[in-house]
Ligand binder design. Structure first.
Ligand code: NI
Length: 161
């Protein structure tokens, strides 16, 4: 287990452009393992490397599968290929604990990314998976979700941290 400190609020690491990973080595592998440990321990569904102070393009996501089982996905140098549709919902971030806000995101995403070994994979998904991909990829460009928060539509009731 390697729990890393999650950078919070005004930490400069959260507002910087991250660089591509060029070495698929043991150090990257340890970073990804630690990111999963840190995310699960904090009860999150996604974490980006800058949130643990590493300015590299690495994210981990686990929104679970349809049966509620773990479905860990690691993405190194992710690149969004397609997006479509629109979803609105409450979103939070491990770097801003105790807060959430209504954010609109595309409902569908297709993304390609390397794994820790340098093998390229393609992923597609809707709903929460798509939301997590956009949220985490934004982190790699130094963007947090707060400026995207807007008023939920009249009568919107779903609450989700
Ligand atoms: Ni976040």
């Amino acid at each position: 287990m390697g729990i890393r400190t999650i950078r919070k609020e005004k930490d400069p690491c959260l507002y910087k452009q991250c660089r591509e990973v060029t070495r698929f080595d043991g150090r990257l592998s340890r970073l990804i393992d630690d990111m999963f440990d840190t995310m699960y321990e904090a009860d999150g569904v996604g974490l980006a490397a800058p949130q643990v102070g590493i300015l590299r393009r690495v994210v981990v996501i686990d929104v679970g599968d349809a049966e509620g089982n773990p479905a860990p996905v690691e993405m190194v140098n992710p690149h969004i290929l397609e997006s479509s549709g629109l979803q609105g919902g409450f979103e939070g971030c491990l770097s801003f604990p105790g807060q959430s806000g209504y954010v609109e995101r595309p409902n569908y995403v297709k993304v390609e990314a390397y794994d820790r070994h340098g093998d390229m994979y393609e992923y597609e998904g809707e709903g929460l998976f798509a939301r997590a991909v956009f949220h985490e990829c934004d982190h790699l460009d130094g963007k947090v979700y707060l400026p995207l928060v807007k008023e939920p539509p009249e009568g919107y009731t779903e609450e989700e941290a």
